[in-house]
Design a protein. Structure first.
Length: 392
């Protein structure tokens, strides 16, 4: 069997590997215990997990997911979902799942993960939050596996084409780039496994130009702001982000505040985030990520070209080059044109690239081959034919 249509970040496909790796047995009801600490919301990835199971052939009910605990019963699967108040309740829940011998335990967020780790050293515990990676690395029997994919993230200046906006001044945009300590964020959030970049184009894409990362230099950032007439900094307005990017967005906001750029973080659920980004409603700053496949030209088409799906504006000379490369048949000349476009983007500080993020995944002692990284620049566990569990 093969998992399709599961567009959820981190390790959901690996969660399903033990179930995907065996044929559905007639009459058997597979049991999954899922739990989360935090009564205020339901993890968005829970719905993705249900869709992934449905794609594998499991009869997952389509009812809505309540914030309180519930059980979803299908003809061949039972999902025991529990949303808990605190870690103490999570520890008891993890023990209950182990006692009941569920086929799979899925823990969302740090407290649930710690409870699952304490309850079992044998079962396939899979976790969905990068900040527990240090615990995984220290825990005997668990293996930390960073996975690289086309996961570039950057800060978008949506008002750089408005002459009345401070973001129209290249010095202000350049100040933002020098204000951010990308390597410190990398070490804090992904244990240094992400790749720092100076571009919104993935390093493995065809026609990529290796833009040098902007150096962390807060003194230079303040100097640039002073030259632009903002010696004391200014109220930079709202910084919009997807809920899944909140941790790194908060770090970016802190670095901006340190040089005098005061922002207010606004977090949106993913569907609303991309809808409003597409409709050009998010201003003046947006933390953006894209894991779309393609090459440099396709990434430019979405985020740089006039009329691009997520482009808030364009520059005439860059747009001319974009149109030129679309009809160029000679590969070398097209590559030179695409490189020139990327150089202009870099020189104008159109974006504040952060990193090509590494996803930190983990697997337990029962997994012989998780299938992570077997396909280059692919986030999930694949191909499923190669995913293997150890014999009991």
């Amino acid at each position: 069997m093969r998992l399709i249509g599961l567009a959820v970040v981190l390790t959901l496909s690996l969660c399903l590997a033990p179930l995907a790796g065996e044929a559905l047995q007639a009459g058997k009801v597979y049991r999954i215990g899922l739990f989360h600490v935090g009564l205020d919301h339901v993890p968005p990835s829970l719905d993705g997990l249900r869709k992934g199971l449905k794609a594998l052939g499991y009869d997952v009910p389509a009812s809505s997911i309540p914030k309180i605990s519930t059980v979803f019963d299908g003809s061949n699967i039972r999902l025991d979902w529990r949303n808990l108040a605190d870690e103490r309740a999570a520890r008891q829940t993890a023990k209950d799942f182990v006692r009941d011998r569920v086929d799979l335990i899925v823990a969302f967020e740090n407290q649930a993960v710690r409870a699952a780790q304490a309850a079992t050293a044998e079962g396939p515990v899979f976790f969905l939050h990068v900040s527990v990676a240090e615990d995984v690395r220290r825990t005997p029997g668990l293996t930390l596996k960073p996975v690289h994919f086309y996961g570039d993230q950057w800060l978008l200046f949506t008002e750089q084409w408005d002459p009345k906006s401070p973001w129209a001044d290249r010095r202000v945009r350049l100040a933002v780039n020098h204000a951010i300590d990308r390597q410190a964020i990398n070490q804090s959030v992904t244990l240094g496994f992400s790749r720092i970049t100076g571009s919104i184009i993935p390093q493995d894409f065809d026609f990529y130009w290796p833009a040098p990362p902007y150096a962390y230099d807060p003194r230079k950032a303040k100097q640039l702001l002073a030259e632009a007439g903002y010696k004391q900094g200014f109220d930079a307005g709202e910084l919009w982000t997807d809920a899944g990017f909140a941790e790194q967005t908060e770090a970016v906001a802190n670095y901006l505040a340190a040089v005098g750029l005061r922002t207010r973080i606004r977090t949106l659920e993913r569907a609303a985030y991309f809808s409003q980004l597409r409709e050009k409603k998010l201003r003046p700053l947006v933390y953006v990520a894209s894991a779309a496949y393609g090459n440099a030209a396709t990434r430019l088409d979405s985020f740089v070209a006039a009329g691009g799906l997520y482009a808030y504006g364009s520059y005439p000379d860059i747009e001319g080059l974009i149109q030129e490369q679309t009809v160029e048949r000679d590969r070398k000349r097209r590559e030179a044109t695409l490189h020139r476009i990327q150089q202009l983007m870099y020189e104008r500080a159109m974006f504040a690239p952060i990193w090509d993020i590494a996803v930190l995944t983990g697997y337990g002692p029962r997994v012989a081959e998780p299938g992570l990284g077997l396909i280059g620049s692919y986030l999930f566990s694949a191909p499923y034919e190669d995913v293997r569990l150890k014999g009991r």
